[in-house]
Design a protein around this ligand. Structure first.
Ligand SMILES: NC(=O)c1ccc[n+]([C@@H]2O[C@H](COP(=O)([O-])OP(=O)(O)OC[C@H]3O[C@@H](n4cnc5c(N)ncnc54)[C@H](OP(=O)(O)O)[C@@H]3O)[C@@H](O)[C@H]2O)c1
Length: 244
């Protein structure tokens, strides 16, 4: 198993929710953590917390994941800050709208640009560093990318794409010693959904569904693997299949 205190980690979407929790979880293991998202002040505040709580090295990288050049810079600067990159967490993502009939083209493009383009740009830029470190490439997928579902098929399709991409990248990179993992949550209490209305952290009471820290722990478990690969890890709320 990897000793994560010697590893450097880049987390996208680190300004909130699962990404913020992942940054904490990796820092708690002593890892150096690069935090990327658009909201710079939040990244700075979280990085200050990580340094104060765990004494780890951090880097903050204000990035719009939809912008190819910004993503390349995000990856290059993370690797420069820590002398390489061992773990990359493709986490930034969002859902907009609901049914296909009423989905605007703008909502469609936002989901595609963030969830699919952003993950592609990040992965492409990260591969040389991960080959060098024989590192771990992690994706936050979703239950929505595993089963057909009537609520927001386009969001679901971005997550089906993500899983297909991740598993195929695993086939491409396995011989290079890079491990690729997809972690699939059901509902997690985060800001997810806030752009269109009620965020999940307000829709559900504590204890009703998964907390971001539980997904963060799953990501840490996958990143510890130094020989085998945690290919896919489903972390569902316990009552997910009630009434299915
Ligand atoms: N919450 C759930 O129930 C759930 C379930 C399954 C899967 N997921 C997946 O988990 C991942 C994290 O979501 P979350 O629940 O933690 O949601 P969240 O609390 O809304 O956090 C989303 C993160 O993504 C970042 N982000 C969004 N657009 C971005 C962009 N254009 N460029 C850079 N960063 C961007 C946000 O940062 P900025 O706004 O600062 O840029 C934020 O840090 C997503 O991929 C989501 O699809 C969530």
């Amino acid at each position: 198993m990897h000793d994560l205190s010697t590893r450097s980690v880049l987390v996208t979407g680190a300004s909130a929710g699962i990404g913020e929790a992942a940054a904490h979880a990796f820092a708690a293991e002593g890892a150096s953590v690069a935090l990327a998202a658009r909201r710079e002040e939040r990244l700075e505040a979280i990085a200050d917390d990580l340094t104060a709580e765990y004494g780890v090295r951090t880097a903050t990288l204000p990035t719009d994941i939809r912008e190819e050049a910004q993503v390349q810079r995000m990856v290059d600067e993370s690797a420069d800050a820590f002398g390489g990159l061992d773990v990359v967490v493709n986490n930034a993502g969002l859902g907009r709208g609901s049914d296909v009939e009423s989905l605007t083209t703008e909502e469609y493009r936002q989901m595609m640009a963030t969830n699919t383009d952003g993950s592609f740009f990040t992965t492409r830029a990260a591969i040389p560093h991960l080959k060098e470190s024989r590192g771990n490439l992690l994706f936050v997928g979703s239950f929505a990318g595993q089963y057909p579902r009537r609520f927001n098929p386009v969001y679901a399709a971005t997550k089906w794409w993500l899983r297909g991409f991740a598993h195929s990248v695993a086939a491409e990179l396995g011989e290079s010693g890079v491990a690729v993992t997809v972690v699939n949550p059901t509902e997690v209490r985060t800001e997810f959904g806030s752009e269109d209305g009620e965020p999940l952290e307000e829709r559900f009471e504590a204890g009703e569904v998964t907390e971001p820290e539980e997904i963060a722990d799953a990501l840490v478990f996958a990143a510890r693997q130094d020989r085998s690969t945690v290919q896919e890890l489903d972390l569902y709320r316990r009552d997910k299949f009630s009434g299915f």
